[in-house]
Ligand binder design. Structure first.
Ligand SMILES: [Zn+2]
Length: 170
């Protein structure tokens, strides 16, 4: 039923490091967030971004959405077939479905929802990545845990008690 998973590819760590650089930029930019993303096709980085939700007063401005929009502007199309999206954190439900609409071919993420505090996820009781695995397109691959340790350093861990003003999704 599903496309044959190629699993982790040799170039995945290299591109994830670029996503980590984006997360660092977001972390150091007032109002931006510490989630980074790059979108790659045929070995070339076509777009990069980080979370800008607070900066833009736009709750949809997650790193993945910001980067998808930049890519659309650049390519002048909304069809991103053949592209791989790298993100430092497992995509939420909104971004997972956005990737489906965008026809992204592969999603590669770093920190998994088990690595981080539950406040980062809109869905407490199901895993949005299962939407892709089980319910939607069968020509999309999703791979998690690439450089997970490096990516997880940006986020509160499951046992942490983040300051209330920093808690999202409560
Ligand atoms: Zn998201």
């Amino acid at each position: 039923m599903s496309v044959k998973s190629r699993g982790v590819l040799p170039e995945d760590e290299r591109f994830m490091r670029l996503a980590i650089e984006q997360a660092c930029q977001g972390d150091q930019t007032r109002g931006a967030g510490e989630v980074g993303c790059v979108i790659v096709r045929d070995g070339e980085v076509l777009a990069a971004g980080h979370n800008e939700a607070e900066l833009r007063h736009d709750p949809t401005a997650h790193a993945e959405i910001v980067t998808l929009r930049k890519l659309g502007e650049k390519l002048q199309t909304a069809d991103f077939h053949g592209c791989t999206l790298y993100c430092t954190l497992q995509p939420c439900g909104m971004c997972s479905v956005a990737c489906i609409w965008a026809k992204i071919t592969r999603i590669v993420y770093g920190a998994t929802r088990n690595d981080v505090h539950s406040m980062y996820f809109d869905t407490r009781h199901f895993n949005a990545s299962d939407l892709i695995r089980d319910a939607f397109r069968d020509d999309m691959e999703i791979v998690g845990g690439v450089l997970a340790r490096e990516c997880t350093q940006f986020y509160y861990r499951p046992g942490d008690n983040p300051p209330r003003e920093e808690q999202i999704n409560i």
